[in-house]
Design a binder for this molecule. Sequence first.
Ligand code: DQA
Length: 146
Amino acid sequence: KKILILNGPNLNLLGMRQPEVYGSTTLAEIEDQCRAHAKQLGVEVECKQSNHEGELIDWIHETRQSRTAIVLNAGAYTHTSIAIMDAIASVERPVIELHLSNIHQREEFRHTSYISKVAKGMICGLGAHGYTLAMDAALRILEEED
Ligand code: DQA
């Protein structure tokens, strides 16, 4: 069993980028938290970030026919990317959609998510803590597959 933590565009700048919206925790700190949490859960974890839509799609494809669940913060691609939505549908692996901010309290264009149409569930508005919550959910889903 494995959990892939996938972060999309601009999330490499976490901590520095609009901290009033996204918090002051850096991506490196979040990834450290995820690795520590994975150790506690006894599950394998891999953390990746890309600013490129195609690279995120390639990484999603790699989970095909594996026992991997994905925690995905697709950043702004959430609201635009039919290609990422299709990639998720194609691999038939569970995805937990994640957002640090509560996208429903923000601009209208952030209220729609292509990822939600294919994700198992979604966590938003809980900041960096959302990642470990999403990992708990992901592991539960993987265990149910057995
Ligand atoms: C985000 C919300 C998106 O609307 C935004 O484009 C991001 C981050 C979040 O984590 O709150 O880049 O996914």
